[in-house]
Design a protein around this ligand. Structure first.
Ligand code: ZN
Ligand code: ZN
Ligand code: ZN
Length: 361
């Protein structure tokens, strides 16, 4: 059985357990997870219809059908420009009384389908797909590790790159080229946040010049073979700003303690609490303004989220970031981010570069 047959069978088993008659997925990662094919996000509908107890059918624009890989026997219903794909999907749904629709499906399609199949109850596919995707197979962890190592290579290379006198945008462009050269297929983000910009966790590249004496948050990620990388390291141009070293010692301790705490059986919220309590005890609690981490896989952000209130119990195969930060408004910011995978008896860090900051020119 191919990986896609196994995943489709697992989806159907979950649907049967939840009383869902049909699953409809369109753009986003659910479709490539189930079939190996990613839909183009466009006004032309692509939708996989998976009945709970019959073979799935991929409804796809005729002009995109040649892109579907043919190494598994997925039934295709290609539609011509003058046909109505909503009617085709509604026809496939037949008398389904409970239909789950993918979380990222455009509302223009969801609303039209709800009108066309108005007798059905429409629910979110998230509850079905989340259970499948949250535990990675060893093949998937291998893919995440390869992506992480490719990002690590770029972090290592940046230790020898000049930062001062260049704009964040210029450094970001160089990082993007290096991510591709290191084996990524796509670049998703290159955060280069120098000096006061570092206090904004998702800062976008600017034309501001990086200066001597500034701390630079470098948070980078892309996709390799369908799986995401995401790592953050700190770079100091010359000398660290006032107060930085004391906070950085705390941040490193918090990040290391949270990573070490990761194991099957502990909750996602408990891992967040380990890092947060160390940062709070040192007096920086108000400056750690986001959750500890997010799951990662085909999407950069997916379940499980490491945040207070999430009592998801960690299991082997789950993968997520551990990324505490301390942000001082108008001065500087700092974050350390590793992707870790839960193993049978603990965790594996997929990123391996030193967590010390690098001093650059
Ligand atoms: Zn983020
Ligand atoms: Zn990141
Ligand atoms: Zn992240």
């Amino acid at each position: 059985m191919s990986r896609y047959h196994a995943r489709l069978a697992a989806a159907q088993a979950t649907m049967q357990a939840k009383g869902v008659d049909a699953l409809c997925v369109s753009v986003g990662s659910d479709l490539p997870y189930l079939t190996g094919y990613a839909a183009m996000a466009s006004e032309r509908l692509t939708m996989l219809v998976v009945p709970a107890e019959a073979d799935p059918v991929l409804v796809i624009p005729q002009l995109e059908a040649p892109r579907v890989r043919t190494d598994h026997d997925l039934a295709i219903r290609a539609w011509m420009e003058w046909e109505d794909p909503i009617a085709i999907v509604a026809d496939l749904l037949g008398g389904a009384s409970a239909v789950a629709v993918g979380d990222q499906t455009w509302s223009t399609f969801t609303l039209a389908l709800q009108t066309a199949s108005s007798a059905a109850v429409w629910v979110s596919a998230g509850a079905i797909m989340r259970d499948l995707r949250i535990r990675k197979s060893s093949d998937e962890v291998d893919d995440l590790r390869e992506a992480a190592r490719a990002a690590d290579r770029v972090i290592d290379e940046l230790g020898h790159v000049r930062f001062s006198g260049r704009s964040e945008r210029d450094v970001g462009r160089e990082i993007a080229e290096r991510l591709l050269a290191a084996g990524h297929d796509t670049v998703d983000f290159t955060i280069v946040a120098a000096g006061p910009h570092g206090a904004s966790p998702h800062h976008e590249l600017s034309d501001r010049m990086i200066q001597h004496g500034e701390a630079v948050v470098v948070d980078i990620g892309g996709h390799r073979n369908g799986y995401a990388s995401d790592t953050t390291r700190m770079f100091i141009v010359g000398d660290a700003p006032v107060g930085f070293d004391d906070a950085y010692t705390v941040l490193r301790a918090a990040q290391a303690a949270a990573c070490e705490f990761v194991a099957p059986g502990v909750t996602a919220s408990a891992v967040d609490a380990v890092a947060r309590s160390i940062i709070e005890d040192a007096g920086y609690g108000d400056l750690f303004i986001h959750r500890l981490g997010h799951g990662i896989g085909m999407d950069t952000h997916e379940d499980p989220y490491l945040v207070a209130g999430n009592d998801t119990v960690l299991e082997a195969g789950m993968a997520f970031s551990v990324e505490p930060g301390i942000y001082v408004p108008d001065a500087w910011g700092m974050r350390i981010e590793d992707i870790v995978a839960v193993t049978e008896d603990g965790m594996e860090s997929l990123n391996e570069t030193p967590r010390t900051y690098r001093i650059v020119t």
